[in-house]
Design a protein around this ligand. Structure first.
Ligand SMILES: Cc1ncc(C[n+]2csc(CCOP(=O)(O)OP(=O)(O)O)c2C)c(N)n1
Ligand code: SF4
Length: 302
C-alpha cells in the first residue's frame, strides 16, 4: 500500500527546492518534475516520508530538484535500491525516476523482478527514446530505422515495449503519460502513488536536443487517452492489446496514454516480507547484535 496516510493541504511548490533544474530548455523532464510535485501534493504526501531514487542520465538528476529524501545512484540500479528502501521501511513513499536507457537497457531485468514481486514502488521512466546525457546514442526504445550517433545507417533493432513487458511480468499497475500533458500525467502519478504494489509509469518525454524525430508535435499528432475510448483498466487482455498498439507493431500508429492496467487484490512484496518477521517491518525488528559486536563494527568503520 502506498504510504501516504494523512490527507493534508499540500502544494506542488512544497516539494520544490531553491536550485533550478539544469536540463535543456524544453526538455520533457520539466514536465515530469512538475507532474510529480503536483501528484505528491494531490495525495497529501509529507516531504519527510518521500524518497526519490534515480540512476544515471539527464532524467536521473530529478531527485536534486525535489525537497524530499533522494538517492542519485548508479546506472540501471534504481529498482534494487528502491526495493531495499521500501521493504526496510514500508511507511515511506518510494519513487524511482530515470531514463529508458537506465530502466529498459542496463536495468531491464530489475523491472521484471520488481513487477513479479509487486514491490510497492512507483517507477517513472522518462522515455525519450535516446541516451540524452551521453549525447544522443540509440536506446532500447529507439524506433527501427532511426538514425542516431550509434546507428548512422538507421537502427536495425526492434524497440523494447516496456508496457507489454511489465504486464507479462505481472505488474499490477501499468500506465503511460506524456510530458506535454502535465495535468494528465500528474493524475496518473497520483493514482500510481495510491496503488498497492508496483506501479510503472512510462512517460513519453521528448529530448529536444538529441531526438529530432519524437518531438512534442510528433507525439501530439499521435497520442489519445484511454479514458476517452472507454478502456477498462481491470481488463488484462484489453490492456495487453492496447500496450501492443505502439511501438512494436505499428511505429506510425496512434499511441494510447493513461492507465492500461490496475489490480489491487495482490499483496505488496513488503507486506509479505513483514509477515516473515511476525508483522514487523525490518526497520522495527530487533537488531540482534551484542554491544561488543556493535563496538567492533563501529571501530571498523572509524
Ligand atoms: C555502468 C554504466 N554504463 C554506462 C554509463 C554511461 N551512461 C551514462 S547515462 C547513460 C544513458 C542515459 O540515457 P537514459 O537512461 O535514457 O537517460 P537520459 O539521459 O536520456 O535521461 C549511459 C549509457 C554509466 N554511467 N554507467
Ligand atoms: S540532452 Fe535531452 S534529455 Fe538531456 S536535458 Fe537536454 S533535452 Fe533533456
Amino acid at each position: 500500500m502506498a504510504s501516504v496516510k494523512v490527507k493534508v493541504d499540500r502544494k506542488p511548490m512544497d516539494f520544490a527546492v531553491a536550485r533550478a533544474p539544469i536540463w535543456c530548455p524544453g526538455c520533457g523532464d520539466y514536465g515530469i518534475l512538475e507532474a510529480l510535485r503536483r501528484a505528491l501534493a494531490e495525495v497529501g504526501a509529507r516531504n519527510e516520508d518521500v524518497v526519490v531514487v534515480s540512476g544515471i542520465g539527464c532524467s536521473s538528476q530529478l531527485p536534486h530538484f525535489m525537497k524530499t529524501y533522494g538517492v542519485h545512484g548508479i546506472h540501471g540500479r534504481i529498482l534494487p535500491v528502491a526495493t531495499g528502501i521500501k521493504i526496510s521501511n514500508p511507511k515511506l513513499t518510494v519513487i524511482g525516476v530515470g531514463g529508458d536507457g537506465d530502466g529498459y537497457g542496463i536495468g531491464l531485468n530489475h523491472l521484471i523482478h520488481a513487477a513479479r514481486r509487486n514491490v510497492g514502488v512507483v517507477y517513472i521512466v522518462s522515455n525519450n527514446q535516446v541516451y540524452g546525457l551521453t549525447t544522443g546514442q540509440m536506446s532500447p526504445t529507439t524506433l527501427k530505422g532511426v538514425k542516431t550517433k550509434t546507428t548512422p545507417y538507421g537502427s536495425i533493432d526492434s524497440p523494447v515495449n516496456p508496457l507489454a513487458l511489465a504486464l507479462s511480468a505481472g505488474a499490477t499497475f501499468v500506465a503511460r503519460g506524456f510530458s506535454g500533458d502535465v495535468a494528465h500525467l500528474a493524475q496518473i502519478i497520483s493514482e500510481a502513488l495510491r496503488h498497492r504494489g508496483f506501479a510503472l509509469v512510462d512517460v513519453l518525454s521528448p529530448c529536444v536536443t538529441f531526438n529530432r524525430i519524437n518531438t512534442y508535435d510528433w507525439f501530439r499528432a499521435r497520442v489519445y487517452k484511454l479514458e476517452a475510448v472507454g478502456h477498462d483498466p481491470a481488463d488484462f487482455e484489453q490492456a495487453y492489446k492496447r500496450a501492443l498498439e505502439w511501438p512494436t507493431l505499428d511505429p506510425y500508429g496512434k499511441i494510447p496514454i493513461g492507465i492500461f492496467y490496475r489490480r489491487e487484490d495482490l499483496p505488496a512484496y513488503e507486506e509479505e516480507v513483514a509477515k516473515l518477521l511476525g508483522g514487523k517491518a525490518p526497520i522495527e525488528a530487533p537488531l540482534e547484535l551484542s554491544k561488543e559486536k556493535i563496538s567492533e563494527l563501529m571501530s571498523y568503520f572509524g
